[in-house]
Each structure stands twice: as C-alpha cells, then as structure tokens.
Design a protein around this ligand. Structure first.
Ligand code: EPZ
Length: 426
C-alpha cells in the first residue's frame, strides 16, 4: 500500500495542464457500445476508472486498444454477450452506464447492482424509471452477502419505444443512461428535468457524431429521435473542469500564482465567482485560467447544486480553503446526503468545522497541523492534498487509490507547481 506525503509548500507557482474529463470519458466509452464501426477517442485521461470501464467493454466483446498515451480505438461491432463481469462492475459504480447502451444495442442487459459509497446511497431508481418508460422490463436480484452471491439486475425489451420521462432529480447518470438507451429506440424520447452538466453535452455531441438525433443537451429538456444504426467517429474529450477547479483552489489556498491550462472557463463560472469573492484575482486567457491567490482569504459561503450551480465535486476542495478564510464560512451540500466525510479529516488537522444535517460551519483561520488522514473518496483525497500544502509539518494521506481514480499524474502536476509532495510505501 502507498500513501501520499505533503509538506507545507508555501506559495504555489507555475503552469499546469488539465487532462480530459473523467466524468465525460466514462459515459462516452460506455456509449461506444452503440457504434458498429471504429471509434477513436482523444484526450482520454490515464485513470484507474477508465481502465475498469475499458475492461468491462472488452469482456462484452468490444475491442479497446491504445493508439497513444491519450488516444484509444474502440470497436463494438461484434458484441458477444449482454452479461457484464460483476467483479469489474463492483470496482466502479459508473460501470452501470453500460446498461443503457446494452439495452439500446441488444435489448438485454445483466449488470451488477451498483453499490452505494461513502458519499451516499447512490440509488438507481431514476435510471430504472427511464428504462421502464422505454418499454424495458427488469428484475432485481439481491445476493446473499455471506455467500458472496452477486446482486444484479436483469433487463430486457422486445423493442425500445421512445416516450416521455420526468426525472425527479436532474441525475447526471440517469440522464446519460436514458439518452444512450433512447438513441436506437423507435420514435421520440423526451427527458424532462434532465441534468445539464457539460459532460452531458459532450456525450450528446459524441452520439450525434455517431449518427444519433439528439436536441437540447445542456438544457433541462432533451429530445432524442431514434435512428436505425450508429456508425463510427473520432471525438476529443472535453477538459476536466473539476481537476481545473482543484488546481485553481491550490493557488487560492497558498496565495500562489498559477496558470491552469486546457480549460473551458464557461464550465467553471460558479468556481471562478466564488474564488473572486474569496479575494483571488482571476484572468481568463485563451484556453487558460490565471489565478492569483490573496494574502488574506475572505470569508465565503457555498451551496452545491446541479449544474449550472456550484458543483458538489468542488465542495471538499473549497472546505479545505475555507479553513484559511477568516470568520465563519457556511457550506450547504444539497446533492449528496453524506458528503462531509472530509470535515472529520480536516478537524484532525486542527480545523474548526461543525456539521448539522446538510450544512457545515467552517470557522477560520485555523493553523492546520500535518497528521495522518484518510481519503474517504476521490474529492476528499484531493482536498487533503490542498490542506497539506498549508499545514505545518507533514500530512500523510492514506487510501490514495481514491485520488488516482480521478487525477492523472497528480504527484507530477502538483510538484510542477512547487508542491512538496511524494508517494511513499505505507
Ligand atoms: C455523477 O455521479 C458524477 N460521476 C459524480 O462525480 C458527481 O458528483 C455527480 O454526477 C453529481 O454531479 C460520474 O459522472 C461518473 P447523480 P452520479 O445521479 O451520476 C440521486 C466524482 O467525484 N439519485 O447526479 O451518480 C443521488 O442519490 C463523482 O467524480 C437518485 O436519487 O450522480 C444523488 O443524491 C462523485 N436516483 C443525486 O441524485 C437515481 O436514480 C445526484 O446523483 C440517481 C441519482
């Protein structure tokens, strides 16, 4: 096992280039099951989660090959089964995104039921509501934990027929899964109260290149008119807005001067606005964002919301920064029911954070002390690196596999900005 050790690093300075978006890459690789000719994907980040979903596709009969460091070729013309490999699916809940494409392409799917995780129960009722609306019948089988029997969902349909479906919550995954099932359905599907994240738009743009007929991605109503068949395409994954935001906060919390490269500023409006409120000087250049952190961080409040609101995936990173903001900062987490696990870790370092229901009160300025902490999820891990940059002494971050699921070359990128960070054996 390895851990990451971060020392107080002073002001970060320099330039860092953001990789392709993990949360765009995963649904787009899943959607490649719908194509019947070669698909070339560029700017694919080298992440554990991406490796897993590529393995899921290979097990279904698709070929997935590396062309170079960040380019892969996928061909799904000869799928050999509709049953996914549970040991692979159980490693990453986003593998459930293959269900929609399998139903669209084959009309059948047997997938492991995705478990919850530390940030919440992560139900799939809205995915299933959408599949049912398209004429899918399914049964859920709950395995017996003792015997290690798998829990899975078995779904099938004679023919997918388009219909209207309202999402009680603008779920990103449900919007993606239903969209992917609908592109080969008969007739029109309308997804109401759809998620509007940039990753939804990227998936829609990819599917349209394959020949799908989709309108409205990026708004809360998406209209899909089914087509007979989808062909191949070449597509470049959009930059990862959450990775970009993480490095922007690194500049803010250390009072540094960082240029984040390969960024679409429009995907980061709430993050830019909140960092300016905290006293940062932000300049949007061509494909870059230049962030200068202030000597003293000002107090701010954030409330996470579905896009275009403040992203829940930036909440932990901002909480780390808030420990250095004066007075009392309030965080409201409205997207997940249990996404404050990182507060306990920050408090171990000397922060003053009190949780009540879905709100956290962060009283700064806390002089953080390096100590042993644990990455409870991907964004918590990233936030602990940020806290470690300003804490006294060494911060030892354990369970770092979470971090490497979502941040390509995390050590190299932070070191390039002057961070004192290294990976060592436990
Ligand atoms: C995606 O997860 C992202 N993951 C998450 O990023 C991100 O935090 C989340 O969207 C919200 O933006 C990927 O794209 C791979 P949701 P997803 O369905 O699709 C409830 C990261 O750090 N819900 O929008 O699972 C659910 O319980 C990860 O990169 C239902 O009730 O998120 C949650 O409270 C973490 N029923 C809320 O919706 C459903 O059927 C948002 O979930 C589905 C979801």
């Amino acid at each position: 096992m390895e851990k990451i050790v971060v020392e107080n690093s002073g002001k970060l300075n320099g330039r860092v280039r953001v990789s392709g978006a993990k949360n765009s890459t995963l649904p787009i690789i899943a959607a490649s099951l719908l194509g019947t000719e070669d698909i070339i994907l560029e700017e694919v980040p080298r992440l554990k989660d991406v490796e897993i979903i590529c393995e899921v596709l290979r097990a279904l009969g698709a070929t997935v090959e590396d062309i170079d460091e960040h380019t892969i070729r996928i061909n799904s013309s000869n799928l050999k089964t509709y049953e996914t490999k549970f040991d692979l699916m159980n490693k990453m809940r986003a593998s459930f995104l293959v269900m929609g494409p399998l139903l669209g392409r084959i009309g059948k799917a047997k997938c492991a039921l995705p478990g919850g995780c530390t940030i919440g129960a992560r139900p799939i009722d809205l995915h299933l509501k959408g599949f049912s609306a398209l004429g899918v019948e399914y049964t859920e089988h709950y395995g017996d934990l003792e015997s290690g029997e798998d829990s899975y969902i078995l779904a099938h349909t004679e023919k997918l027929v388009g219909d209207k479906v309202y999402l009680d919550f603008p779920s990103v995954g449900a919007t993606e899964n239903i969209m992917m099932a609908a592109v080969l359905a008969k007739g029109r599907t309308i997804i109401e109260n759809a998620a509007m994240e940039p990753e939804i738009v990227d998936l829609s743009n990819f599917l349209r290149k394959l020949g799908a007929n989709i309108k409205g991605a990026g708004t809360n109503t998406i209209i899909i008119d089914g087509v007979e068949k989808l062909h191949g395409a070449r597509h470049q994954i959009i930059p990862d807005r959450i990775e970009a935001g993480t490095f922007m906060v690194a500049a803010a919390i250390t009072g540094g001067d960082v240029v984040v490269e390969n960024v679409i500023s429009d995907h980061l409006r709430p993050v830019i606005s909140k960092l300016e409120e905290a006293g940062c000087e932000i300049t949007e250049e061509e494909d870059n964002i230049h962030v200068k952190g202030p000597e003293e961080l000002k107090c701010i409040n954030i409330k996470t919301l579905p896009y275009p609101g403040f992203p829940t995936d930036m909440q932990a990173q901002f909480m780390a920064m808030m420990t250095q903001c004066d007075k009392t900062n309030i965080v409201m987490e409205t997207v997940f029911e249990n996404r404050f696990m990182h507060a306990d870790e920050f408090n171990k370092m000397g922060a003053d954070i009190k949780i009540k229901d879905r709100s956290a009160m962060v009283t700064g300025v806390s002089k953080l002390q390096g100590t042993d902490v644990r990455a409870t999820d991907l964004r918590c891990g990233a936030a602990l690196i940020l806290a470690g940059l300003v804490a006294e002494g060494e911060t030892h971050i354990h369970d770092i596999y979470h971090i490497e699921r979502g941040y390509e070359d995390v050590i190299k990128k932070f070191s390039g900005l002057g961070a004192k960070i290294k990976r060592v054996e436990e």
